[in-house]
Design a protein around this ligand. Structure first.
Ligand SMILES: Cc1cc2nc3c(=O)[nH]c(=O)nc-3n(C[C@H](O)[C@H](O)[C@H](O)COP(=O)(O)OP(=O)(O)OC[C@H]3O[C@@H](n4cnc5c(N)ncnc54)[C@H](O)[C@@H]3O)c2cc1C
Length: 472
């Protein structure tokens, strides 16, 4: 444990970060680099938070809590990867394959046309949508291209209906893209959140819409953030749960298991419900009320190991069934690529906004998923399921409902030396790895401002391309 603080110069101040998810790690890396003496407390035995992997006791396999993907527009997450030296652990794809039950495939990939027309040729060719669906989708895209609409309280489903979308376009295009990106049903999603996803993934530039998939387990990817902090004189305290914090004018006292730790500054990078439970008595009603406005939505990952390959695809979007995405882990993970031919295959299916699965047993879920998998992948019909596991993240991400942005707090708090980070804070981004890293960098910037040595950590967005340069 660090000794009680004694500040000698501005940027050698002591700093506690509570939470070893991406928000805490991003803030810790930025401020360790800036000279702060960082101690990061994480209650689990590993780093990564909601983006982590661990040895699963039932299967003996290292599994991610769920497949995580990023986009080319995630500039801050990519900056974090560069800091941690893991940018080469991401494989990039410019093609999405949409599969219908029965196996018919439609592909969406960019052409050399200028944005926002770059995906138009492939979009016009896709077979899973008819001409009426495509005309409606194109009209809606044209309405979203010039700017992100304001939050008027309308849900995106109402907006889609107001913009003449067919039932099939809603089910097969909008729902498929947005429920997985925002982890919420269309009738709960606010218009600006949906517009942001569509603009970044499909309209702004082909680079912004690239999809990145880690080639190593998530904790391997993110524990490098801990190494970065240690190399700059910081400490990572795993299995250390903070029970309370007490700010005063010269610093902050944290307690963990009845032991007190004193620091000059504190960044709380924990989920909103944890913060609500450990706020000091002096906390404002405003913050308490803001925290009460958040609700969450679940994601379920179903991991199946087969005795053979069931697909030649690395990943696919699955239409019209419970399962929404297939990730062919034994092709995606560096460590498993050589195993394929001899040792069968490892596939993860993901169901976002999976409220219908939360009450179901593991066995029921595996039965549904293997049955549906056989509809998409004929080779699965003769395959033997060797082992399986189901990981339910019941409170995976906060719901991006209309109005929620008003309750997302900024990093500064009523206490001069305490700052907030986390994917749920005011970043302008939904609950994503990029949102979490942005929140960490924003908290780090706010802390340096308070310390009188204002430093910029946030990196700029990708510039728009082609005709999108004409718009905001
Ligand atoms: C199933 C699932 C799938 C997802 N898929 C994607 C995806 O494909 N792409 C994407 O961009 N995002 C995805 N996300 C979202 C992404 O994982 C999160 O937005 C991001 O990881 C949140 O990071 P965070 O640091 O804000 O919070 P967290 O990761 O929750 O970090 C908070 C940390 O604080 C620790 N903690 C809590 N209480 C204490 C305490 N008292 N003392 C010490 N430590 C404490 C926790 O253990 C945790 O490690 C997904 C999330 C889930 C759950």
């Amino acid at each position: 444990m660090p000794s009680p603080s004694s500040t000698t110069s501005r940027n050698s101040s002591t700093l506690a970060i509570v939470g070893g998810g991406l928000a805490g790690l991003a803030a810790g890396c930025a401020l360790a680099e800036a000279g702060y003496r960082v101690t990061l407390f994480e209650r689990r035995p590993y780093l990564g938070g909601r983006a982590s992997s661990y040895q699963h006791p039932g299967t003996g396999e290292v599994v991610d809590n769920c497949q995580h993907v990023l986009l080319g527009c995630c500039t801050n997450l990519l900056d974090f990867y560069k800091r941690a030296g893991v940018e080469n652990k991401i494989r990039w794809y410019d093609k999405l394959t949409f599969l219908e039950p029965g196996g018919r495939a439609s592909e969406l990939s960019p052409s050399p046309l200028p944005a926002p027309l770059h995906t138009a040729p492939a979009f016009l060719r896709v077979q899973c949508l008819n001409l009426k669906d495509k005309l409606g989708i194109s009209r809606a895209m044209a309405a979203l291209a010039p700017s992100t609409p304001a939050d008027t309280g309308e849900t995106f489903l109402t907006w889609l209906k107001r913009h003449g979308q067919t039932e099939q376009a809603i089910e097969r295009f909008w729902k498929t893209i947005l429920v997985s990106a925002l982890n919420e049903d269309l009738d709960q999603i606010s218009v600006p959140y949906a517009a942001q996803v569509v603009r970044e993934s499909f309209l702004k530039s082909s680079r912004a819409g690239l999809m990145g998939i880690p080639t190593v387990p998530l904790t391997e990817l993110y524990s490098t953030g801990g190494d970065y902090i240690r190399k700059r004189g910081g400490e990572i305290q795993l299995r250390s749960s903070i029970d309370s914090f007490t700010p005063d004018s010269s610093g902050v006292t944290l307690t963990s298991n009845d032991t007190e730790h004193r620091f000059d500054y504190l960044i709380m990078a924990v989920p909103f419900d944890v913060l609500g439970r450990i706020l000091p008595a002096s906390s404002s009603d405003q913050l308490r009320n803001e925290l009460k406005q958040f609700s969450t939505s679940p994601i379920t990952g179903i991991h199946l190991w087969f005795d053979r390959q069931i697909s030649d695809l690395d990943h696919a979007v699955l239409l019209d069934r419970t399962i929404q995405w297939m990730f062919h882990k034994s092709r995606l993970l560096e460590s498993r690529r050589d195993e394929n031919s001899q040792n069968g295959s490892y596939v993860e299916f993901v169901v976002s906004c999976s409220r219908s699965l939360v009450e179901k047993s593991k066995q029921e879920i595996v039965e549904i998923v293997t049955r549906e998998a056989q509809e998409f992948f004929p080779q699965a019909r003769g395959a033997k399921l060797l082992k399986s596991t189901v990981i339910k993240e019941v409170h995976a991400t906060y719901s991006p409902r209309p109005g929620i942005d008003q309750s997302r707090p900024h990093p500064e708090t009523q206490w001069q030396r305490v700052f907030l980070a986390g994917d749920w804070t005011a970043t302008g981004w939904p609950a994503t790895m990029e949102g979490a890293v942005r929140s960490g960098y924003l908290a780090a910037e706010a802390l340096t401002r308070a310390g009188g040595n204002s430093t910029k950590f946030l990196v700029p967005d990708l510039p728009p391309n082609g005709l999108m340069k004409l718009f905001k």
